[in-house]
Design a protein around this ligand. Structure first.
Ligand code: SF4
Ligand code: SF4
Length: 143
């Protein structure tokens, strides 16, 4: 059996991720809100900058990575029904979610079976630990 999502999940794993500049340029027409472009450096220097209710901050890194930060802090390619607008061309990290040991889904196992309630709690704790490490700059290495 192959991985599949929990049918009623509202794309809980689709938070803010980095996109390549090529991906951002190719799919920016799918983003429906106004975008304000800011460099990562300027954003870090003025860490109180947050997107307002209507706009999305587009952080552009010199390394060729783009982060879109909308007010709701969810991926900008989700539509109102939590479907990915760029699904057929989604980045590799999105394709690995749920099946890679560093990108576990709290609800479904890599083999497509649902997790038991106890397994959901254990998996959520592991995800929380990984997020804590990432916040400290120790991002798990994806092989
Ligand atoms: S991988 Fe898991 S958390 Fe992400 S959308 Fe699918 S069911 Fe939800
Ligand atoms: S690109 Fe699509 S699959 Fe990837 S995080 Fe955004 S909405 Fe989710």
């Amino acid at each position: 059996m192959t991985f599949k999502c929990k049918p009623d999940c509202k794309a809980e794993c689709c938070g803010i991720i980095g996109f390549s500049t090529e991906f951002a340029d190719k799919h920016e027409h799918l983003i429906k809100k106004p975008i304000k472009e800011v460099s990562v450096k300027a954003f870090m220097e003025r860490s109180s900058i947050l997107p307002d209710g209507d706009s999305i901050l587009k952080l552009v890194d010199t390394a060729g990575v783009v982060f879109y930060i909308p007010p709701e802090l969810k991926c900008v390619f989700l539509d109102e029904n939590f479907k990915c607008m760029a699904y057929d061309d989604r980045p590799q990290i999105c394709r690995l979610y749920g099946i890679h040991s560093d990108l576990l889904c709290p609800y479904m196992k890599p083999n497509g079976n649902p997790r038991s309630p106890g397994d959901q709690r254990r998996t959520q704790r592991k995800i929380n630990r990984d997020v804590d490490l990432a916040m400290k700059g120790k991002v798990p290495h994806i092989r």
